[in-house]
Design a protein around this ligand. Structure first.
Ligand SMILES: [Zn+2]
Ligand SMILES: [Zn+2]
Length: 283
């Protein structure tokens, strides 16, 4: 009886041994088998976000000051806010209230869907292309002397957004959060944008202490939360007179980007903007 039981156990163990190994080697693959990947837009199997849904995701860029919400053309910081802020503006391409982008960003950050970096970076890159087109349209209109009145209300797009000389600075994750998430989404986005558009990329900033997740805090608590959280990892020589784009996934109150912009401006940076996928400021 004992022998029979032992052999049953043995058969059971042998039968499931490969499964156990698979789990150990690649738990993610097993999860994909149990819960197949489906497009977060239309449900099509095999992709996190299909090309068709990507082409239907609307480009609705932020057209307001990132701090007070005053309407403008490119998301630049308004004159009044410029008095006390280091961040010159924030570019983002869709309101976070859009249910599809919300699903994508949450799956990307919290469900380990690292492959979403590709469609999300394509989306941002398309947004930057649309800005380039507007810039060309603007200079053509200026050359032909047409629409001068309209253009007077349309300030020039800062060249640092489109210049390959601009340095990308991804918002760093705290080591603890990096370990649990497995990757820094801002860094992945910055790497993809660098590959597509030829920007410089530098890990100029590090976190000096762990802060509470911004998403869990109210607006007024956010700036306090990020104060003195960041520090430079390099000397000012690599910052003086250079232009920077801080890369984040979502810009809400602008506090995180402002804290980094203060550091960079304080070390002699020429101009610092933020670039994100989505913005959470009320329209
Ligand atoms: Zn789809
Ligand atoms: Zn403002």
């Amino acid at each position: 009886m004992m022998t029979q039981q032992a052999s049953k156990n043995e058969i059971f163990r042998l039968r499931f041994a490969p499964l156990k190994m698979t789990v150990k080697r690649n738990a993610r693959l097993l999860l994909d088998l149990i819960f197949p990947i489906e497009c977060l837009g239309c449900g099509q199997e095999g992709v996190w976000f299909c090309p068709n849904c990507l082409s239907n995701l609307p480009l609705l860029p932020a057209r307001h000051c990132p701090f007070c919400g005053q309407k403008n053309h490119w998301g630049q910081t308004c004159q009044a806010c410029c008095q006390s802020r280091a961040l010159a503006g924030a570019i983002a391409f869709i309101p976070y209230a859009n249910p599809v982008i919300q699903k994508l960003i949450q799956a990307w950050k919290y469900q380990g869907a690292k492959n979403l970096t590709q469609p999300l970076s394509i989306f941002v890159s398309q947004g930057l292309d649309a800005m380039t087109l507007k810039l060309r349209e603007q200079s053509r209109a200026l050359e032909s002397g047409l629409s001068q009145i309209r253009l007077a209300t349309w300030p020039a797009l800062p060249t640092l957004i489109l210049s390959s000389q601009t340095t990308l600075v991804p918002v760093p994750l705290a080591p603890k959060r990096l370990r649990s998430r497995g990757f820094n989404q801002a860094e992945e986005l910055a790497l993809a944008l660098q590959a597509k558009r030829g920007y410089n990329l530098d890990g100029l900033i590090k976190r000096t202490r762990h802060s509470a997740a911004q998403a869990t805090l109210s607006g007024s608590d956010r700036l306090t939360n990020v104060k003195q959280v960041f520090a430079l990892t390099t000397d000012a020589a690599s910052i003086v007179n250079k232009n920077f784009l801080i890369i984040d996934d979502v810009i809400t109150t602008g506090s995180t980007c402002e804290a980094i912009a203060r550091l960079l401006k304080g070390s002699g940076a020429a101009s610092v903007w933020a670039l994100a996928i989505a913005f959470g400021h009320p329209l």
